[in-house]
Design a protein around this ligand. Structure first.
Ligand SMILES: [Zn+2]
Length: 164
């Protein structure tokens, strides 16, 4: 097996038997230069490769650290929109956490019917998060709920033992 001379450090080296045409020795510095040169050459000659590099978000952010700062300054409306979206995602996560929360008892067995009316209802089929809040508040002793007279008309079922 013949020896090769490294393209970068000019030292003689033994090419790998898997890569007989190897032109660069295995020193890390030379390998790094080889990758850098390969990258430059590919970017210059291969549009698809160039596109791929441009699409790598992490590299892109490293090259443009101030981009989002500038973007936020120029597009305040979009920033506000993102903030709203993030708030929705946070609410959704909170709801998911609540469903896994063992300190809430028997929420599944609620007999309540929940109706959503208004303009939001037509989007409900496409919307995994209905913009509504249901507060479940622990009662006092069951069956002995203190009821103010003005609230009686809202009661139904078992709690309305002195019904209308
Ligand atoms: Zn070398």
């Amino acid at each position: 097996m013949g020896q090769g001379r490294c393209r970068y450090c000019q030292k003689l080296f033994q090419p790998s038997k898997f890569q007989p045409r190897q032109a660069v020795c295995i020193e890390s510095g030379c390998q790094r230069r080889r990758r850098t040169d390969y990258h430059k050459e590919k970017i210059a000659s291969d549009p698809e490769y160039r596109e791929g590099c441009r699409d790598s978000p992490r590299k892109w952010r490293t090259r443009n650290p101030d981009y989002w700062k500038q973007y936020r300054l120029k597009h305040p409306a979009s920033v506000e929109n993102n903030r709203r979206q993030q708030k929705l995602r946070d609410q959704k996560r909170k709801l998911c956490n609540l469903a896994n929360n063992t300190s809430a008892l028997d929420l599944k067995h609620s007999i309540a019917e929940v109706w959503l009316t208004g303009p939001g209802a037509e989007h409900l089929a496409n919307n995994t998060l209905a913009a509504a809040q249901v507060w479940v508040i622990q009662t006092l002793t069951p069956g002995r709920v203190p009821v103010l007279p003005s609230c009686k008309q809202h009661l139904s079922g078992q709690a309305a033992d002195s019904g209308p």
